[in-house]
Write a protein that binds this ligand. Structure first.
Ligand code: TGC
Ligand code: FAD
Length: 390
């Protein structure tokens, strides 16, 4: 039997095109063949599997919606969501690397960059020849990125960049970084910093219990000379980085459901095989309650992201709608991971099964790209018109 069959309780496959299903099958096959066999070991050793980069590029994980002329796959948002779902079925950390590369590095270069910047960077990012990271969060400014203190100073023919970013996915190995910094007037700009620029270092963050197969680090800038050509010319203000987050949060809304599906599949299978008191534990009402609630929540989440994808394809999805879906999918996934772990009993805490790894990964996913609280407040503001952030 194919262990990777997606739970499809409401026959949602009927709403997908043949191309969507083909893309899903090819990503699923790749995850099964290349990602799943190595992921547990890399997570245990806290090491990003660099050898997967080429394969991720081949399955279209880097910038799936970026036009083909810039090296992207030119796909629609449904396809992008499906790709993220299947990758995160394998591991949230590998989906993170893909989200960052596609939504947080390629997207701003495509949406806010000059034609020269697009041509210079996008094809190499799409092929995985170079990798990028996205520096918004700072040690003292996480949920409130508008308070950032990283700065650029106009020196005539170049800018001087100073400051530090923290919690940056892909930072330890990234070749380029999209960095958000304030000019002398306090206006936020995006720029491209390149590894090797004098005064730019990327110390790695160690001792994580979550997202261990993803590399996280800081970006430290000590009087780094940034050529004027490396500023993203077509955006300024906080809406620049937040516009990128809309793309990434959309992908996470699909991705987290992939992690939920993997936990559900694992728990369902285990419940049919594990015998206690003379019968499979799946025959006990308490375990059925857990499994029935899991498939109910997955199905509701699938309907939400399917509709969100159709709105996104029509360019009608609002940021608040994306926040709701990100928050709902991650909550669904983290609850399912915790319940699935219990269904597995003692085996659930080992690396023999993927559930505890998903559960720990999801503690990052529920925090990054806007915390669970922040997304709730975004919905609150959207429906009441009152800003409860400050
Ligand atoms: P506020 O005054 O509300 O807005 C400032 C300007 O931005 C506009 N805006 C948006 N534009 C596009 N998309 C959105 N989602 C937007 N939200 C707001 C807004 O219209 C305004 O524009 P303008 O023209 O009037 O200037 O800003 P605020 O300072 O009150 O903050 C709002 C808040 C809290 C919602 C926002 O700052 C926020 O979302 N905070 C959470 C921070 C966050 O998500 N950080 C993520 C860092 S990256 C990351 O985690 C990557 S993990 C990747 C991985 O490994 O997968
Ligand atoms: P804080 O903002 O200090 O929040 C602490 C608590 O206070 C949270 O529970 C929060 O919900 C709550 N809180 C904050 N403000 C309010 C409020 N107004 N009302 C009510 N409650 C509030 N960032 C990047 O820029 N690029 C990356 O690639 C990246 N990758 C990451 C990878 C990992 C593994 C992790 C863990 C984080 C990553 N981040 C990245 C940073 C991430 O976006 C931040 O951690 C997140 O935005 C929260 O910021 P913070 O950790 O400073 O928490």
């Amino acid at each position: 039997t194919d262990l990777y069959t997606a739970p499809d309780y409401y026959l949602l496959d009927e709403l997908l095109t043949d191309e969507h299903k083909l893309i899903r099958q090819s990503v699923r096959d790749w995850v099964k063949k290349e990602l799943s066999p190595v992921i547990e070991d890399h997570a245990q050793r806290s090491e990003f599997p660099m050898q997967l980069i080429r394969g991720l590029a081949d399955i279209g994980a880097f910038g799936p919606t970026i036009p083909v002329e810039y090296g992207g796959a030119g796909l629609d948002y449904m396809a992008y969501g499906i790709i993220m779902q299947e990758i995160e079925r394998g591991d949230s950390g590998i989906r993170s690397a893909s989200s960052v590369q596609g939504s947080l590095v390629m997207y701003p270069i495509y949406a806010y960059g000059s034609e020269e910047q697009r041509k210079k960077y996008l094809p190499r990012l799409a092929s995985g020849e170079i990798m990028g990271c996205f520096g918004l969060t700072e040690p003292d400014h996480g949920s409130n990125p508008g308070g950032m203190t990283t700065s650029i100073k106009n020196m005539g023919d170049h800018y001087l960049l100073n400051g530090a970013k923290m919690w940056i996915s892909n930072a330890p190995f990234a070749d380029i970084a999209i960095v958000w910094a304030k000019d002398e007037d306090g206006k936020i700009h995006g720029l491209i910093a390149e590894r090797g620029m004098e005064g730019f270092t990327t110390p790695e963050t160690h001792n994580k219990w979550s997202l261990r197969a993803s590399a996280t680090g800081e970006l430290v800038f000590d009087n780094v000379k940034i050529p004027k050509d490396n500023i993203l010319p077509n955006i300024s203000g906080l809406k620049g980085p937040l516009g990128c987050l809309n793309q990434a949060r959309y992908g996470i809304a699909w991705g987290a459901l992939g992690a939920a599906m993997d936990c559900y599949d694992t728990a369902l299978r285990y419940s049919k095989e594990r015998v206690q008191f003379g019968r499979p534990i799946g025959g006990f009402q308490l375990q059925q309650k857990k499994l029935a609630e899991m498939i109910t929540e997955i199905t509701k989440g699938q309907l939400l992201v399917w509709r969100l994808a159709t709105l996104k394809n029509e360019n009608r999805a609002t940021a608040a709608q994306i926040s709701m879906a990100k928050r709902n999918s991650v909550e669904t996934a983290i609850n399912i991971a915790r319940e699935a772990r219990q269904i597995l009993g003692g085996m659930g805490i080992t690396g023999e099964y993927p559930v505890m790894r998903h559960m720990m990964n999801l503690e990052s996913v529920i925090t990054y790209e806007g915390t669970h609280d922040i997304h709730l407040l975004i919905t609150g503001m959207d429906i009441t018109g009152e800003n409860a952030f400050k």
